[in-house]
Design a protein around this ligand. Sequence first.
Ligand SMILES: *Cc1c(COP(=O)(O)O)cnc(C)c1O
Length: 370
Amino acid sequence: MPPLMRKHLTKAFPYVPGRPIEEVQREFGLRDVVKLASNENPLGPSPKALKAIRKHARNSHRYPDGDATELRRALAQKHGVRPEQIIVGAGTDDLNTFIMTAYAGPGRSLVTSLGSFIRYEQTAIVSGAGVKNVPFKNWRHDIDALLAAIGPKTGALCVANPDNPVGCMITKPEADRLVRGAPNRVFVLLDEAYCEYCAANPSYPDSLSYVKKRDNVMVTRTFSKAYGLAGLRIGYGISSAQVIETLNRTRPPFNAARLSQEAALAALEDDEHVEKVLSLNEEGKAYFEAEYERLGLECIKSYANFISVDTRRDAEAVFQALLRRGVIVRPLGGCRMPTWLRISIGLPRENRKCVRALEAALREVPEKQV
Ligand SMILES: *Cc1c(COP(=O)(O)O)cnc(C)c1O
């Protein structure tokens, strides 16, 4: 007999990550496999980050600085806040666990958008909390419905801006309304994992202004996307010193690895690399948009480094047909979008290979009658 699992975990479910390149190479006997499944940075890390990793590798026998002092100092300077307002995580996903432990849990609930980033829901369920899912409206966060879903038991409200997997953006007036409408007792997360990709958009909110005005708002940012350090697992949150103090009560002592902290510090110094990443992404986005239009496929306007597209077919079958052709993408059945794929924007060569494979897969998989 296995030991008795806590009952609330019957509602929990493991995260299904994108298939690793090596596994697909082995399974299908393919040499050239491209992965456009996890919104990773196709250009890789900044050369400055790579240099820092090599330099600090020899100190790997030492525990990291548990308080990430240098990195928090650099981030505080960059964002015009105090170091006490910053917490560093093993990826921002690490922070979701702290957030739910501190502000959700048994007897409380999370409010989020249905079909949005699944990790808010997963970490809330594991903490023992309930979840109120609010449907998107025209593939955008429905601000009024999110606010209306807040009840006496709501502990946290989480939105991603831009969203993943939908790719939509919450505008400044909408973000103003959301932050103003949420009661002070509710923790509000603005997850800005993809903010670099739309920072130049005049409608994108200056979310740090909310942190400066309110004690209950946290903005999270990551080194996994525009900075190309997903494999090192490092990200951070900015909030009031009170929220950071609370989250630190739940944080394990050495959660952010030494080489990750060093690489992040170096990556912050390389704006040029980020610029390259952003212009490559714009070019790739325009290419995919034009190709989807040519193929007569509906896609959702994306403000990030991926596009979600309606194949009008069983997306799982299209996903399999693409795998056989050496292209890994993300079917969105788990987000209640059974005919949709999310495809990350890669290098030009990878994008072209993906479109060629998609054309063949669309011929192979019959269209669904709806
Ligand atoms: C990729 C992503 C993150 C970043 O996760 P890390 O743990 O920092 O790698 C956070 N939120 C969303 C919505 C994402 O898509």
